[in-house]
Design a protein around this ligand. Structure first.
Ligand code: GA4
Length: 329
């Protein structure tokens, strides 16, 4: 079991349990091996900004290898893990999320997806062979990125955009500013004393990038927010991937696709491990609605580059409506 430094539970955010919802089984399911998944995918991006993917083609071996590396790393003594921190912006982080005072019942590794990245600072992850962890990350990220690109191409087709790679080319670009994150939510036995209330592992937020691809072990915790503000729990499934529409894709589709607010609640008994690839564009990329999607409409957003959006995101708190600053009034 992994032990975090002495928990001061009061400093974390607790929330009332969500109302039970009949939508529990309504997470859209996309079978990537079926060519007719296009319309389901469009509907999922418009209604939820979220869906689950099966028959994804990512080798199980890549997933389990990386997961065991992660478990091994998070089982190290805190002092050793801290040698791989702080996350400035890459490295190990514990309870503090981002630079503006957000906290959660989580520890994590934030990494760049650049295969050339120097893993020196992360030496304690690598153990005896510094190359093995790095290779496991590279194998996993490149397979997940391919899947994300395929999904983005199906989306473009569904939206009847002539250039099928209009979104995927941004992730494939050598300068793509993509991030990879491994989160560990340790069990929190004190939760039982919270009278049924829940403890926030990772607070509510939308992802700033284009698309996020999440895989977790079989421990629950992830919730997505519906348009009416209700939270629904996403049943975990270690054999599938969950896809989030990010803020940048919302802008590129002029609001037709919605970036999904999501959060993670801590579990009193089981550890949750999730691995998330955030596919982002190059820093210099202009993020604006695609002309073919405007159909005579005006852009809902002021023009900005990914660099500008990111800079503004890093000045925000997790729960802030980051796109709000870029909406036209
Ligand atoms: C949310 C999505 C990704 O996890 C992340 C996060 C980033 C961080 O943890 O450093 C941010 C958050 C995320 C958005 C607002 C800022 C930046 C924490 C935070 C308070 C890596 C990302 O790209 O944006």
């Amino acid at each position: 079991m992994v032990v975090l430094s002495k928990p001061a539970i009061e400093q974390f955010c607790v929330v009332k349990p969500s109302k039970p919802t009949t939508l529990l089984h309504a997470i859209p399911l996309i079978d990537l091996s079926k060519p007719d998944s296009k319309n389901l995918l469009l509907k999922a991006c418009e209604e939820f900004g979220f869906f689950k993917v099966i028959n994804h083609g990512v080798p199980i071996d890549f997933i389990s290898k990386l997961e065991s590396h992660a478990i091994k790393f998070f089982s190290l003594p805190l002092s050793e893990k801290e040698r791989a921190g702080p996350p400035d912006p890459f490295g190990y982080g514990n309870k503090c999320i981002g630079p503006n005072g957000d906290v959660g019942w989580v520890e994590y590794l934030l990494l760049t997806t650049n295969p050339e990245f120097n893993y020196q600072k992360l030496a304690s992850i690598c153990g005896e062979n510094p190359q093995t962890f790095r290779c496991a990350v590279n194998d996993y990220v490149s397979a997940v990125k391919n899947m994300a690109c395929e999904i983005l191409e199906v989306m473009a087709e569904g939206l009847k955009i002539q250039q099928r790679n209009v979104f995927s080319k941004l992730l494939k670009d050598e300068q793509s500013d993509s991030v990879f994150r491994v989160n560990h939510y340790p069990p929190c036995p004190e939760l039982q004393e919270l009278n049924g209330r829940n403890l926030i592992g990772f607070g509510a937020h939308t992802d700033p990038q284009i698309i996020s691809v999440l895989r977790s072990n079989n421990t629950s915790g992830l919730q997505i927010s519906l348009r009416d503000g209700n939270w629904i729990s996403v049943p975990p499934d270690q054999n599938s991937f969950f896809i989030n529409v990010g803020d940048s894709l919302q802008v590129m589709t002029n609001g037709r696709f919605k970036s999904v607010r999501h959060r993670v609640l801590a579990n009193s008994l089981k550890s949750r491990v999730s691995m998330i690839y955030f596919g982002g564009p190059p820093l210099s990329e202009k993020i604006a609605p695609l002309p073919s999607l405007m159909e005579g409409e005006d852009s809902l957003y002021k023009e900005f580059t990914w660099f500008e959006y990111k800079k503004s995101a890093y000045k925000s708190k997790l729960a802030d409506n980051r796109l709000g600053l870029f909406e036209k009034v």
